[in-house]
Ligand binder design. Structure first.
Ligand SMILES: Nc1ncnc2c1ncn2[C@@H]1O[C@H](COP(=O)(O)OP(=O)(O)OP(=O)(O)O)[C@@H](O)[C@H]1O
Ligand SMILES: [Mg+2]
Length: 328
């Protein structure tokens, strides 16, 4: 397996009036070329901030305070996206590393046609020679994301399209430059269930066709079980467990992962009864010392309250940050 993105010791803070929100506190993981990598965790645990930090899409009052994001280019160079001059980063963002964001309505400009918006990314990155070629390609792209009657829909404005249709246009825009990495942040939450399944199938098939790498962020464990190769579990700005999809679903180790899997329908293991994890995600201005999960953990020990657990390997490729699995 060849790495394509190596995120190392990422720290992101938000400087708010109430205090400094330590949203991402030392996140490290590697995404391999061609895989589907899922990032899961409760709301507010830092999934979106992590994914946006990869290409420095963190807006004020947020700041990436530490870390590196090593991107392995097609020609074998390794570059740190967090140190790259903005102009060079812009050439990668949206072209080699593209996003599909949570809300399709926000991602589209109401003043421009769908064809214009799909073509724009290609014109900006000069993957087409002219606007005319861009619109021609846009029709093909709309067809590939299964929009019926693309010759007509290319001229439609966002308000003339349904929610599912809009999300397809957004996906078309993201895929227009055949990105090597596609970061999909809850790409289907705004859509109804049947369309959700179609969109995910679409991402999968487009991925296979271009051997793209997908980083998928979702609350839907059924989707994760179905399409992810590896999974990272985040809690309160840290990764607590990482492994392949079978290790995470069949042999979860961290009490948080176990709780999370009991709280949602699990397609790989029959759960007797869904139970939510008691308590809530802590305030990240003053996060709990030691293990950030300790106030909610049914197995809490003294060490958990004072010292942060290191990441240890429990089986090949399966890592956990929990004092239950390591000696101090
Ligand atoms: N602009 C901001 N100002 C202050 N805090 C922020 C800002 N954006 C994000 N945060 C904080 O960063 C943390 C991580 O947020 P993030 O959006 O990454 O969560 P998430 O895991 O994507 O949640 P969800 O599943 O709801 O999308 C949260 O505690 C959030 O409050
Ligand atoms: Mg999010």
């Amino acid at each position: 397996m060849k790495p394509i993105l190596e995120i190392k010791d990422l720290h992101v803070h938000f400087y708010t009036y109430a205090g400094v929100v330590k949203a991402i506190a030392g996140v490290s993981f590697t995404v391999y070329e061609g895989e589907t990598f899922a990032l899961v965790g409760e709301t507010g645990c830092g999934k979106s901030v992590t994914s946006r930090a990869i290409t420095r899409l963190i807006e004020s009052p947020g700041r990436i305070v530490k870390g590196s994001v090593i991107y392995h280019t097609k020609d074998g160079r390794k570059i740190d996206l967090l140190k790259l001059p903005e102009a060079e980063l812009r050439a990668i963002r949206g072209k080699e590393i593209a996003y599909i964001f949570q809300d399709p309505t926000a991602a589209l400009d109401p003043l421009y046609t769908s064809g214009y918006q799909v073509a724009e990314a290609m014109v900006v990155h000069r993957t087409v020679r002219s606007w005319k070629d861009g619109i021609k390609r846009a029709i093909e792209i709309l067809r590939s994301v299964l929009i019926p009657d693309p010759e007509k829909r290319v001229k439609a404005y966002p308000h003339e399209l349904s929610g599912g249709m809009k999300q397809r246009v957004v996906i078309g825009t993201s895929l227009s430059n055949r990105p090597r990495v596609l970061i999909a942040d809850e790409p289907t939450t705004a859509l109804d269930v049947t369309i959700q399944a179609q969109i995910l199938k679409l991402i999968e098939s487009l991925k296979r066709r271009h051997n793209a790498t997908v980083m998928l962020i979702t609350h839907n464990m059924g989707v994760v079980a179905e399409i992810a190769d590896r999974v990272a579990v985040m809690y309160a700005g840290k990764i607590v467990e990482i492994g392949n999809v079978f290790q995470i679903f069949k042999n979860p180790q961290h009490p948080y992962t176990k709780g999370l899997l009991k709280a949602v329908p699990n397609p790989l293991i029959k759960v007797e009864k869904l139970e939510s994890i008691p308590g809530t995600v802590p305030n990240l201005i003053n996060p709990p010392p030691g293990c950030r999960f300790h106030p909610r953990c049914p197995f809490v020990m003294d060490v958990c309250r004072v010292e942060e657990p290191p990441m240890v390997e429990v089986e090949p490729g399966h890592q956990v940050a929990c004092w239950l699995y390591t000696k101090r």
